[in-house]
Ligand binder design. Structure first.
Ligand code: NDP
Ligand SMILES: CC(C)CCC[C@@H](C)[C@H]1CC=C2C3=C(CC[C@@]21C)[C@@]1(C)CC[C@H](O)C[C@@H]1CC3
Length: 418
């Protein structure tokens, strides 16, 4: 099968074998984390307390609940609220249009959940349903990826992603063949990237907080911090929803199992790990330590938001007074690269800020267990790998100018270290 570019893109993620291993390892890790978070010893590297049978994982009611959630988020996505933005230029020179109403979806979901809880919805019982819900999400991701793979068979070559079209079915199923699979104007990848998983994550966190309040009279300070920090992160992502249109997930990667599972299952059920841990392993946290942790999160957020906003302001309008004074390197494409400000400090200042926040999300869980630090470890690996992938793409795009940028800004994520 010919690659859409005429030549085959280099294989990533360890090729077909790596893809096959990841397809088994990722769901297994997610279920392992869900099981150990509620176990007494909560050992990240120990065996799970038990192996759940089909009667624990499979529940038609939970499948129905999961589809209701997806349906609600799809309905909110389709609401004609907010503006419509154009994506990056595609190979055929066209641009797709995307609704920018993610923040409205978050607020409306909060209102609906608030109403439902005041009408008696037992949200605090959600933590007991995480295993069958995660199973429903995983099953959905597998079936959905299969349908996307089949859909790509009839898609025109111009609709295919640069990677994910190697001709190996396992690899292509994992990476995803079609760049922007859509039915009419409904864009599946864009919808999944920001809505059901991210909003689901903060809803699970809230349910864990409510159950802690039921169990112990009130939520702990540690639980408040984890909920607050992660709500800020999700709210920020949805407030700046348009920025996702320039990420490699939207502009470069196809929509296959990696993103379908990542968006629908991995994000809500593993990113809520710290709150899951805290429900079953309450941690004492005094005000002085809580203040230090808040400061760490604030520093991380300041760097993350500062770097992301500086780049997007510059990309939208380089003569904007907020960025006009920054030093730049011209490239053969006509675009420029920032070489001072946040992007002159390291080549991925936004990753640095994100990692500092990840540390702040784990610290409220104390230092007695490694488990709540799983996100920090996984995220470091994800961002180091993502940085290397982005580097390759920038090298292809900008050639010599990128070499010059790397010479001027030698560190990738952490100044003087990496
Ligand atoms: N929580 C999570 O699980 C995840 C969070 N994230 C976060 O999402 C955000 C987006 O990340 P990501 O999509 O990886 O990429 P980035 O936002 O870092 O974008 C990389 C792109 O920025 C442009 N760029 C790079 N250097 C410069 C420069 N010096 N001047 C101007 N433009 C430059 C290039 O594109 P071009 O030149 O074409 O504009 C490059 O391809 C980050 O904050 C990241 O931390 C990401 C992944 C997972
Ligand atoms: C588990 C797999 C190996 C990889 C799955 C990756 C996905 C979980 C992530 C890929 C890129 C993501 C982005 C975000 C969430 C995680 C995924 C979907 C954000 C939406 C998080 C909030 C930021 O402000 C923007 C991010 C864009 C990329």
């Amino acid at each position: 099968m010919a690659s859409p570019q005429g030549s085959r893109a280099p294989l990533e993620f360890g090729g077909p074998l790596g893809a096959a291993v990841l397809m088994l390892l990722l769901p297994a890790t997610m279920f392992h984390l869900l099981l150990v978070a509620r176990s007494g010893p909560a050992r990240l590297l120990g065996p799970p307390p038990y192996l759940p049978g089909p009667e624990v994982l499979w529940s038609p009611q939970m499948l129905l609940l999961w589809f209701t959630w997806l349906g609600l988020q799809a309905a909110l996505y389709l609401l004609p609220a907010g503006k419509v933005a154009e994506g990056q230029e595609l190979k055929d020179k066209s641009r797709l249009r995307y609704p920018i109403n993610g923040f409205q979806a978050l607020v409306l979901t909060a209102l609906l959940v608030g109403l439902a809880v005041s009408a008696g919805l037992p949200l605090g019982e959600l933590p007991e349903m995480l295993l069958p819900l995660a199973f429903a999400a995983t099953l959905t991701a597998f079936i959905f990826s299969l349908l996307l793979y089949l859909k790509a068979l009839v898609a025109p070559a111009s609709a295919l992603a640069p990677g994910g079209n190697s001709g190996n079915p396992i690899y292509d199923f994992f990476l995803g063949r079609e760049l922007n699979p859509r039915i009419w104007s409904f864009d599946f990848k864009y919808f999944c990237e920001l809505r059901p998983g991210l909003i689901g994550w903060v809803l699970i966190n809230l349910a864990l907080l409510m159950q802690e309040a039921e169990l112990r009279g009130s939520p702990s300070l540690a639980m408040w911090l984890v909920n607050g920090f992660q709500l800020l992160y999700v709210g920020d992502a949805l407030w700046h929803e348009e920025a996702v249109l320039t990420t490699m997930d939207i502009t470069h990667d196809g929509f296959g199992f990696m993103l379908a599972f990542g968006d629908l299952a991995w994000v809500p059920f593993t990113y809520s790990l710290q709150a899951q841990f805290l429900l079953h392993h309450p941690q004492p946290l005094g005000l002085p330590m809580a203040s230090v942790i808040c400061l760490i999160n604030a520093v991380g957020y300041y760097i993350f938001r500062g770097a992301n906003s500086q780049k997007s302001t510059f990309r939208k309008n380089p003569s904007d007074p907020r960025v006009a004074g920054l030093e730049t390197i011209p490239t053969a494409t006509g675009r420029q690269l920032l070489v001072s400000g946040w992007w002159g400090m390291v080549r991925h200042p936004n990753y640095l800020g994100d990692l500092i926040m990840a540390l702040a999300w784990s610290l409220p869980c104390g230092v007695s267990h490694l488990l709540p630090y799983f996100y920090l470890l996984y995220f470091t690996a994800l961002l180091v790998h993502r940085e290397a992938r982005d580097e390759q793409q920038c090298l292809r795009k900008y050639g010599l100018a990128w070499h010059e940028y790397c010479r001027r800004v030698p560190y990738r994520i952490l100044p003087y270290v990496y």
